[in-house]
Design a protein around this ligand. Sequence first.
Ligand SMILES: Cc1cc2nc3c(=O)[nH]c(=O)nc-3n(C[C@H](O)[C@H](O)[C@H](O)COP(=O)(O)OP(=O)(O)OC[C@H]3O[C@@H](n4cnc5c(N)ncnc54)[C@H](O)[C@@H]3O)c2cc1C
Length: 463
Amino acid sequence: MDYDVIIIGAGPGGIYAAYELTRENKDLKIAVFEAGNELSKRKCPIDGERIKTCINCKSCSIMSGFGGAGAFSDGKYNITNDFGGTLYEYIGKEKAISLMEYVDSINLSHGGEGTKLYTTANTTLKKVCMQNKLQLLDASVRHLGTDINYVVLENLYNELKDLVEFRFLTPVRKLEVIYEEDASDPQGYRVITDDGSHTCRKCIVSVGRSGSKWMEEVCEDLDIPTESNRVDIGVRVELPAALFSHLTDELYESKIVYRTEKFEDKVRTFCMNPRGSVVNENTNGIVTVNGHSYEDPAKQTENTNFALLVSKHFSVPFKDSNGYGESIARLSNMLGGGVIVQRFGDLIRGRRTNHKRLQDSFVTPTLKAEPGDLSLVLPKRILDGIIEMIYALDKIAPGTANDDTLLYGVEVKFYNMDVKLNDHLETPYKGLYIIGDGSGVTHSLSHASASGVFVARDILETA
Ligand SMILES: Cc1cc2nc3c(=O)[nH]c(=O)nc-3n(C[C@H](O)[C@H](O)[C@H](O)COP(=O)(O)OP(=O)(O)OC[C@H]3O[C@@H](n4cnc5c(N)ncnc54)[C@H](O)[C@@H]3O)c2cc1C
């Protein structure tokens, strides 16, 4: 075998797996194959002037490369079993939390020291939410911020690069199982790239959201059972930071859930960015919206943004939940050429926001988006839920339902299909692990990283 362990994907899942393997056993021969670039070479060409929209680079610098999809994220590491994935269903709640805390300690020792850990424990805001038909989910959140998150990744890379063989711009095309004659368990795995094939005893697949299509192919090829997952659809809300400061100063990010009266759907807040910026996100050529914020006060804005999302899961006869989300995002791209922005007051009055109304607004948008009408894009059931939730939030943060509150659409959170794994996060093939967002088990930085540490320890026990 060429390697003891091959890791496919250098996102948080792959990085923390490599970190733990090398920390405990420096003799292991490990390679990481990554479709994207190394961290310092990850540059999105969109500069807003010369290049305004996505030019579909061979490898998307936002989603791919060392650091994975999280490299330019807000770096919010939520330590909780209440959201961010279902890792606890495989390894137990206590273990999941202790691994997330361990990841937090690594982040602190690699540049994150001095960043703040926020917590919902003992907050009076929980009661205020309950009194207004809202539920505040329990969590501790380490906010690294986009800037410190980058520093942590840089430090991890510098530490790992001499212990692990990184092969950047090398997407794995195919994964094969190697059997010895008459053996029931595989002897190892063969990873096939454009530059040739490489063998290993154990293989960790951590290809995240951007590797979802490839992951599906692998599961089909190897007959690994999968199940369709949900899609989250909604808008990003932007309003003056002062309106949410009582929540964000104490909790930084509050995950609040509301059950609508009309359809009894759940609408939730997601990815809250105090004094942050709204940004474009490109998934396979479809432009959606996201947000981030910096730890550095000099880079902060006057606004806070967060998403309001509704989950949809299709099963029979239609089961392509992601395809449904993609179609809605495509519709917004068709009407607005990208992301659409609308004032809440205009949405309620049933009229389009135009440039004049946006200019007169008291809230200055942090993203240049096309003013338009989100009611022409979002299905009624989803839009009604979002409007209900905005009025519910207005009770705990008066001003949320102001006319000038900005709604950007659409925000879509795609999830990978759930891959059938045992409680070692191992496929039916011994020594083939699937972790992170690519497995459908996680959908956050902390859960993906924790899953990496977990399988690394599993491998170390049998190495
Ligand atoms: C803009 C943005 C902001 C976010 N903010 C937050 C946040 O604040 N907090 C939070 O918890 N989560 C956040 N997330 C989500 C978080 O980034 C992901 O949950 C996390 O990165 C998942 O880690 P992962 O290792 O499973 O996958 P990824 O980070 O997606 O990494 C997978 C890697 O595998 C590579 N790859 C894919 N296919 C192949 C292949 N065939 N061969 C080789 N390599 C391959 C990809 O190039 C990629 O680098 C954010 C996401 C985005 C896009």
